[in-house]
Ligand binder design. Structure first.
Ligand SMILES: [Zn+2]
Ligand SMILES: [Zn+2]
Length: 427
């Protein structure tokens, strides 16, 4: 039965924890009844992965699923690609909360023996974005069917191109799709977490991931006469050593940072030739924006000055990647209260640099630069009671997710929404 606005605001004012729990329980039951369907959706997506900025069929599939859930407030081709933004309107005006799932796959040849393995050679859902999308479609169905239960609006973002910079998120924010949002939530599956667990971080949910290429120009010659050359190999070695001070002496120990030289290239393998040029390639993973900028400036300076000191020249090509995810502490804490009280999850785990959970890049960071919110990880590893089995990390051609994680992800979104939307008790 439809309620009047007055009746709704009275109902909201009179809401008790018990009533919120009862409504949440109904949503969770509904989600559980959709488990098989969402697994089928996930397997379809897994079979038909599409690369970043090419998710045309995936987006079309999502669009049709939303229509069949009777959701009609849909915008397609948002931002710089095939992103979709859909809105579900509750019983009355209230908070606007955005939920994001990414849709793109990776240029990896799948090597699992899943019955539903990728049918597209060289492309694989190895980062679990098929799970994110399937879970958000399940959440969409639950919310649409139960929209009389809440006041407010839920914005569903099915984002294109998370894996390839500049990513889809920034363009979706710039196109204004978060202008009305009060909060934003995102999730990512994590195969190193047991299914049923939720990972969180009170501050940094991921690292800014920048890359650099340093080209050193020396002057080559005969290996027997180094005094007639400028040895680019020695300059490279010194540069690499000097770069080690960026983290140890420049960055704030409270803000995690990694500077890695991942590859060095010089000379052609001859023992009697001093190389003209050397190339150093690496990545900088940082958390605070201030630390990130500082390290960038100094990295370029160290490379150039070390070369000059040795009579060589260095040019630095520095690429800014995604910024770090900075969660809103109060939102994480409020969400955790609901997550823990729900009794749905076996454990909440704080992810941090110490357990290696956060130094990846993620363009969800752009949403959090716009509005407060939080990013959680969802376990898709073996059940704690399972016989230990080999698990492969994300971005691995053997990556297999525990599909029970799909329902976990749906429940996580619903629990968080029950906390932050205004629940409207009614008959
Ligand atoms: Zn990925
Ligand atoms: Zn991912």
């Amino acid at each position: 039965m439809l309620q009047t606005e007055r009746a709704i605001s009275d109902a909201i004012a009179s809401v008790t924890d018990e009533k919120v729990s009862a409504i949440l329980a109904k949503w969770l039951d509904h989600a559980a009844s959709l488990e098989e369907e969402t697994i089928t959706i996930r397997r379809h997506l897994h079979r038909h992965p599409e690369l970043s900025f090419e998710e045309k069929a995936t987006a079309n599939f999502v669009y049709l699923e939303l229509l069949s859930a009777k959701i009609f407030d849909i915008q397609r081709n948002v931002g710089s690609g095939y992103g979709i933004v859909a809105k579900i309107h509750g019983a009355a005006p209230g908070p606007t909360i955005a939920l994001r799932a990414d849709m793109d796959a990776l240029p990896i040849d799948e090597e699992t023996d899943l019955a539903f393995k990728s049918e597209t050679p060289g492309v694989m859902h190895a980062c679990g974005h098929d799970i994110h999308t399937a879970a958000l479609l399940g959440v969409a169905q639950v919310l649409q069917a139960n929209r009389a239960d809440f006041a407010g609006t839920v914005i569903l973002i099915f984002q294109h191109a998370e894996e390839v910079k500049p990513g889809g998120a920034k363009s979706i924010v710039e196109a204004g799709h978060l202008d009305d949002a009060d909060l934003v939530f995102g999730i990512h599956v994590n195969p190193s977490q047991a299914v049923g667990t939720v990972g969180y971080s009170l501050k940094y949910g991921s690292a800014a991931s920048d890359t650099f290429v340093i080209d050193i120009q020396g002057s080559g010659g005969h290996a027997s006469s180094p005094h007639t050359t400028v040895d680019s190999v020695v300059v490279a070695a010194e540069t690499i050593t000097n770069l080690q001070t960026l983290v140890s002496r420049l960055s704030n120990p409270m803000d995690p940072m990694v500077v890695t030289v991942s590859s060095v290239d010089a000379g052609g393998g001859a023992t009697n030739i001093i190389a003209d040029t050397a190339r150093i390639v690496g990545t900088v993973r940082s958390s605070s924006a201030k630390g990130r900028e500082k390290v960038k400036v100094h990295l370029i300076e160290i490379a150039k000055m070390t070369a000059i000191m040795n009579g060589a020249e260095a040019s630095v090509d520095y690429h800014d990647g995604y910024p770090a995810i900075v969660n809103t502490k109060s939102v994480v804490e409020a969400s955790l209260v609901a997550i823990e009280a729900s009794g749905v999850f076996t454990q909440t785990i704080e992810s941090n640099a110490a357990n290696g959970a956060m130094m990846n890049g993620e363009d969800f960071a752009y949403y959090l630069q716009k509005v407060p919110g939080a990013y959680f990880t969802v376990g898709v590893g073996p059940d704690a009671s399972d016989v230990p089995v080999a698990t492969y990390p994300l971005h691995n051609s053997h990556f297999v997710a525990n599909e029970a994680g799909i329902l976990s992800a749906m429940k996580l979104f619903l629990v968080v929404l029950s906390k932050h939307l205004k629940v409207v008790p009614h008959d």
